[in-house]
Design a protein around this ligand. Structure first.
Ligand code: 5GP
Ligand code: MN
Length: 331
């Protein structure tokens, strides 16, 4: 990180720090921001996390999740924190549109801004940047950042638990996006006596009956396979959302099931939301869903995991998605 000596100097005194991450926060968003908050608090700073929208309740096993401020629910309080912040940290997102309205509130603020992220095409939104698209997760980068700040002096079991959660969720339990560094960081985190079984059960074996039934319905009734393009699409309609009482977070991980088929290289979950149609995309190997999402659905992400959205009817979005497949998949 360029200029880190100056940042270290700024952190030598107690600061009011605001930490932001993207809408629909996942395990890496929550793990990386909470780790940074806990670490800063141990250093003597005041640190608060603001997310545009709610995080899945499965992550409530992490420490201090009640302290997280959700902009959707607490606008006044969010604005107050933003007004008083002397430093802002942007974690696990590459462009300001990923934090919705918060983006407009912070863009002109003349405070120290720090960007830590692993998404492709980062926007210039900060004075200090630690951006590495080869990194498994923002949590991995936060570990590196803290080691640069003070050699991980304040690391403890709670902070390690948060970072491990980010590592596990963004790598699918170390199945993809890993480098030797990922395992080095994981190894260092394990030195804090983490109960990995407990963490894994919280993350992967915590679905409700409703979520399992949504999964069954989606795979049985809503999955379409397009064999010539090695593609599988799950489409969830507004009626599905009503019939199964699907809430935000209930469809988390659904798209990954499509990729479990051996002849599938591209997976899409296309959902009809109140105002938009959202696409959640996954791929194997050389197919870049990041490009597909960026070029066609105002989105982005990573090569093998990306998302986007469209303001159009569900059916027309699905048709558009099918029509562009020949441009992204060699047959
Ligand atoms: P998911 O499918 O789990 O929602 O998201 C997968 C990846 O794509 C994540 O890294 C996420 O940050 C990114 N992503 C999801 N939706 C969007 C979007 O609308 N815009 C951008 N730029 N990235 C997205
Ligand atoms: Mn991430």
């Amino acid at each position: 990180m360029e200029g880190i000596e100056n940042l270290i100097k700024e952190l030598a005194y107690p600061r009011d720090i605001a930490i932001f991450s993207h809408r629909n926060p996942d395990g890496d968003a929550l793990g990386s921001t909470m780790a940074l908050k806990l670490y800063f608090e141990k250093m003597g700073h005041t640190a608060q996390i603001i997310f545009p929208s709610e995080f899945p309740s499965i992550y409530s096993f992490l420490p201090k999740t009640d302290d997280v401020v959700i902009f959707d629910f607490e606008k006044e309080r969010s604005i107050d924190i933003i007004e008083h912040a002397e430093m802002m940290f942007f974690l696990d997102f590459s462009s300001l549109d990923r934090i919705d309205k918060i983006g407009e509130l912070i863009i002109d603020k003349k405070v120290t801004k720090v960007h830590i992220d692993h998404h492709i095409d980062p926007e210039p939104i900060a004075n200090y940047v630690l951006s590495d698209t080869t990194s498994s997760s923002t949590s991995e980068l936060v570990f590196e950042f803290l080691s640069m700040i003070d050699g991980n002096k304040e690391m403890d079991i709670d902070i390690a638990k948060c970072l491990m959660t980010g590592l596990i969720t963004d790598t699918g339990s170390f199945r993809y996006s890993t480098t030797s560094k990922t395992f080095e960081v994981a190894s260092k985190l394990m030195k804090y006596d983490l109960d990995l079984n407990f963490i894994q059960n919280k993350i992967h074996n915590s679905l409700s009956e409703k979520q399992i039934r949504i999964l069954g319905h989606a795979l049985n009734k809503r999955l379409e396979i397009i064999p010539e393009f090695y593609t599988g699409i799950i489409t969830l309609t507004r009626k599905d959302y009503q019939d199964f009482d699907i809430q935000r977070g209930d469809t988390e991980g659904l798209v990954n099931y499509i990729l479990m088929m051996n002849n599938i290289k591209l997976a899409a979950l296309i959902t009809e939301q109140p105002t938009i149609v959202k696409l959640s995309l996954r791929s194997k190997g050389d197919i870049s869903v990041q490009k597909l999402a960026r070029d066609n659905f105002k989105g982005g992400g990573h090569k093998n995991a990306a998302g986007g959205h469209a303001y159009a009817k569900l059916e027309s979005v699905v048709n558009k998605f099918k029509s562009i497949l020949p441009f992204y998949i060699r047959t």
